[in-house]
Design a protein around this ligand. Structure first.
Ligand code: ZN
Length: 266
């Protein structure tokens, strides 16, 4: 079975582990994780994220975007730079990412910054529409607001709500809008009952797998940087939750991932 890790921060992982991108990608490939998407978080790492893909073009696509957790640092000039890079993108830039909303961290949720988060989200959704790209979305304690923006934006290529945690109703609303649900390490924790129940009930065609490496450690590996190889631990948990066979699950998720994030890369 082969897998596509649809949400990673390989540039940060390489730094944490003191490994090169080709080394990291080779290790992932050996474990069956043959494709990876690397997402940016701020303008400062646009170049590094682009380089990750250039160093491993057979395996790595990437997305550029401004993450809501760093909303204080983002400027209008960063948005201009993002627009410019998207206009001049290569075939391996297949998403606007990582963008979204963060309501779980007080420091970025003052009235002023919450408003700025929404302004930057709206601007980046407009760029995704302009350049006909899907989005890779961050959403913590903000699913209701995010759904309103997605409904308004009407993106032809939609995208994924990554590392989803939440209720079936919240997930279903994204799915009804055409979005996929990113299944990450959360479901490996028995205590995450609500999210596990959500992932169990959603249509298989709406699911993607991801690690968010080096973040979101899976159960049993807490305290260590998360790695693309650990996608298989999450896959194992997913298979325990679902009624389909592991082969069926892997095949369906592979097809969905390819269609969303690899179709243009070639
Ligand atoms: Zn992320």
């Amino acid at each position: 079975m082969i897998f596509f890790d649809t949400h990673t921060h390989l540039d940060y992982l390489a730094q944490d582990l003191n490994l090169s991108i080709p080394e990291l990608v080779a290790q992932s490939e050996q474990a069956g994780i043959t494709r990876l998407m690397v997402v940016a978080v701020w303008a400062k790492n646009f170049q590094k994220v682009t380089a990750c893909s250039q160093q491993a073009r057979q395996n790595v696509v990437y997305g550029l975007g401004l993450h809501p957790l760093y909303i204080q640092q983002h400027t209008l000039a960063d948005l201009d730079e993002l627009a410019q890079r998207l206009a001049q993108r290569d075939t391996h830039c297949t998403a606007v990412a990582e963008i979204g909303l963060e309501k779980g961290v007080e420091a970025v949720c003052t009235a002023e910054l919450w408003h700025k988060q929404q302004t930057f989200l709206e601007a980046q959704l407009a760029l995704a529409k302009q350049y006909d790209l899907p989005v890779n979305l961050h959403s913590r304690k903000s699913h209701d607001t995010l759904a309103v923006f997605l409904k308004k934006a009407q993106l032809p290529k939609t995208g994924v709500v990554h590392g989803f945690a939440g209720s079936f109703e919240q997930a279903k609303r994204f799915v009804d809008l055409g979005y996929k649900i990113g299944v990450g390490g959360t479901i490996t924790y028995a205590r995450a009952q609500k999210t596990r129940e959500t992932i169990r009930k959603l249509p298989l065609e709406s699911l993607l797998l991801e690690t968010d490496a080096p973040d979101m450690p899976v159960f049993g590996f807490q305290g260590q940087p998360n790695r693309p190889e650990r996608l298989k631990v999450t896959f194992q948990s997913l298979c325990e939750l679902r009624s389909e066979s592991p082969e069926q699950i892997a095949e369906c998720i592979w097809q969905t991932s390819e269609a969303l994030f690899w179709h243009k890369a070639g």
